[in-house]
Design a binder for this molecule. Structure first.
Ligand SMILES: O=C(O)C1=C[C@@H](OP(=O)(O)O)[C@@H](O)[C@H](O)C1
Ligand SMILES: C=C(OP(=O)(O)O)C(=O)O
Length: 425
């Protein structure tokens, strides 16, 4: 479905963004593994996380939608063998994390997903899980889904992550809960630490020492309620929208401000953004607070590559900010963007060019020449973040977004929330 956005003059108001996608995936999985009943409050109910609810139900958990929340009855560590294949839809986090869980279970499962997911690299999880003892097959020798997993009999390993990936780290740690001995993961750079935090919330074994994270076999653990913070990655679209639109001020409330997620704030500040934020509470192990953004004249910057893992999903919206900045922005360290829901580096360059913005692209970097956005058309390439980021980029000039429904993978109320801030109810 095409969505036409007329030129926006100002964005004003405050908003509570939907629940964090990463925390919701993990909350559903661990709630499903716990013993007894618990509530997952304010989860994200969107394409990706509804896929996780479906998969965990097929594995024996009871998951009920109760208003805005989920009520979960867990299985107490022993999942049930499903009678059919498990469909992970568009969700990379789901297929990779659940592979770790299934590697630990004495049963046979097959995981698949949509066309995008079946193109994404799975060798990064199947390699360590095989080292732990799981038998896994798949297309291209287990590098691509569908993946067939026969789990059980795992032994702990010491594993150095070849890429800075929270999904791979989490898959190995989840498998470690079912493995004999200790499992240790070393990260090349810090990545989002929601798995470590949620393990602590449930009293599961977890020890973090610098870039080394250890776990070991878990005993059945009791169900416990969990409140999901607002998703910083969803908030990011409205922050940048307010910065680049004149006469704007937007406040986002109840947002997760975990420092392993907020690299974008550092970069936008360096670009001259009028941004303020405050952590107001610790909610079930995650820092939560508010962020305020006001119209700002941004300037181009060279981004420090060590910040990329702390803002890996925000590169599309950072590119939109760069398009409105004065001068050049250089973003290095982007090799992982090539293997997300789309080739995001390519998708960013194509959409910027559609909107009149010049770019140069290398194998893992992009240079954006800001200051010349024109009216145009956004092509999401079946990727939710691309749809939302470039809708924001074209807000002032007016823009047509093709296949706008892709936003519902992570942010079903995006278009209505945007209209509310634009004063168009
Ligand atoms: O662990 C997670 O919840 C996620 C980790 C990141 O992926 P990688 O681990 O592939 O970097 C991120 O892009 C994804 O949206 C969610
Ligand atoms: C990369 C993303 O998600 P996933 O890897 O879970 O598909 C994302 O939400 O931007």
């Amino acid at each position: 479905m095409d969505r036409h956005l007329f030129p926006t003059r100002s964005l004003r108001g405050s908003l509570r963004v939907p629940g964090d996608k990463s925390v919701t995936h993990r909350g559903l999985m661990l709630g499903a593994l716990a013993q007894g009943e618990s509530w997952l409050y304010h989860p994200l109910k969107a394409g990706d996380t509804l896929s996780t609810a479906g998969v965990m139900r097929a594995l024996g958990a009871e998951i009920h939608e109760e208003g805005a929340h989920f009520r979960i009855r867990g299985v107490g560590l022993a999942l049930k063998e499903p009678g059919d294949i498990l469909d992970c839809g568009n969700a990379g986090t789901l297929i990779r994390l659940v592979s770790g869980l299934l590697a630990g279970q004495e049963m046979f499962t097959v995981l698949t997903g949509d066309a995008s997911l079946r193109r994404r690299p799975m060798g990064r999880v199947t390699a360590p899980l095989r080292q732990m003892g799981a038998r896994i097959d798949g297309r291209d020798g287990g590098r691509l889904a569908p993946l067939a997993i026969r789990g059980g009999g795992l032994k702990g390993i010491r594993y150095e992550l070849p890429v800075a990936s929270a999904q791979v780290k989490s898959a190995v740690l989840l498998a470690g809960l079912f493995a004999e001995g200790e499992t240790e993961v070393t990260e090349p750079a810090p990545t989002r630490d929601h798995t470590e935090r949620i393990f602590r919330h449930y009293g599961l074994p977890i020890e973090v020492q610098g870039n080394r994270i250890r776990t070991h076999r878990a005993q059945p653990f009791a169900a416990r309620d969990l409140t999901v913070p607002g998703d910083f990655s969803s908030a990011a679209f409205f922050l940048v929208a307010a910065l680049i639109t004149p006469d704007s001020e937007v406040t986002l409330e109840g947002v997760g401000l975990n420092p392993t997620r907020t690299g974008l704030l550092t970069v936008l500040k360096e670009m001259g953004a009028d941004l303020s934020w405050e952590v107001t509470e610790g909610q079930d192990g995650e820092p939560v607070g508010w962020i305020r953004a006001r119209s700002s004249q941004l300037k181009g910057v060279a981004v420090d590559p060590s910040l990329i893992p702390l803002m890996v999903d925000e590169i599309p919206i950072l590119s939109a900010a760069a398009a409105w900045a004065e001068g050049e922005t250089f973003i290095p360290g982007l090799e992982e963007l090539r293997v997300k829901e789309s080739d995001r580096l390519e998708a960013i360059a194509k959409n910027l060019n559609n909107l009149g913005v010049k770019t140069e692209v290398g194998p893992d970097w992009i240079r954006i020449f800001g200051g010349s956005v024109q009216q145009g058309r956004v092509e999401p390439f079946h990727d939710h973040r691309i749809a939302m980021a470039f809708a924001v980029c074209g807000l002032q000039t007016g823009v047509t977004v093709h296949d706008a429904e892709w936003a519902s993978i992570s942010f079903p109320s995006f278009w209505e929330d945007l209209d509310r801030l634009r004063g168009k109810d």
